[in-house]
Design a protein around this ligand. Structure first.
Ligand SMILES: [Zn+2]
Ligand SMILES: [Zn+2]
Length: 206
């Protein structure tokens, strides 16, 4: 990094009024406001820390890949495309770590200030163009967080943990059981095991 230029009072840098600190901010000046004009946008950005639900989320700083198309329309800027994010968490049934990814489709309108869409929508119903910029972060965060499962599983049919020993049932033989008879029944059980012919006529025995 070159040394910062000495700041002269009154000589605002061209970026001074831009929210440059936010990498999710997109400058719309190149796109312009002529309906029909389009711009491709590919960015890989670090995930903020709060994209998560209880058991699963996007690791802070993980790469979020955006492949978007910005289209100028009468009412604002239509953003369509794809978002890819890695997610990590733990299985709600067996607590095994989960590493996965989400591939999500986006389609959102950012309304111009003063547009009919903006005027007829509640504050939180529509995203807005802010001056010459749109901020993609709230849009992508909502998309990602709403796609995160509340009860993620390591495999579709994870059998969870053995209630007796706490081991993963998927790691154990299918016939895994524990001989844990209630002591009150122990005497009765002993009588049955001591009588090898008991149930010999039972057609279901094998
Ligand atoms: Zn599991
Ligand atoms: Zn067990």
């Amino acid at each position: 990094m070159p040394a910062a230029q000495p700041s002269r009072p009154g000589a605002a840098s061209p970026d001074a009024r831009r929210p440059a600190a936010n990498p999710w901010s997109v400058d719309l000046r190149e796109l312009g406001r002529r309906p029909g004009s389009m711009q491709e946008l590919e960015r890989t950005l670090p995930a903020p820390a709060d994209w998560r639900v209880e058991l699963i989320g996007v690791p802070a700083g993980a790469e979020v890949r955006l492949r978007l198309r910005l289209e100028s329309v009468m009412e604002g800027v239509l953003v369509t495309g794809e978002v890819d994010v890695p997610v990590t968490g733990s299985c709600a049934r067996c607590l095994e770590p989960i590493e996965d990814g989400l591939e999500l489709d986006v389609q959102e309108l950012f309304a111009y200030e003063g547009s009919t869409t903006e005027a007829t929508s509640e504050e939180d119903e529509v995203r807005r163009v802010e001056g010459d910029h749109i901020d993609l972060e709230p849009m992508v965060r909502d998309l990602v967080v709403l796609s995160l499962p509340l009860a993620p599983t390591c495999t579709e049919d994870c059998a969870g943990l053995c209630v007796d020993c706490g081991q993963r049932l998927d790691d154990l033989p299918a016939d895994h059981t524990h001989e844990q008879l209630d002591p009150r029944w122990a005497g009765l059980a002993a009588r049955f095991t001591a009588a090898p012919n008991a149930g010999a006529d039972d057609p279901e025995e094998n």
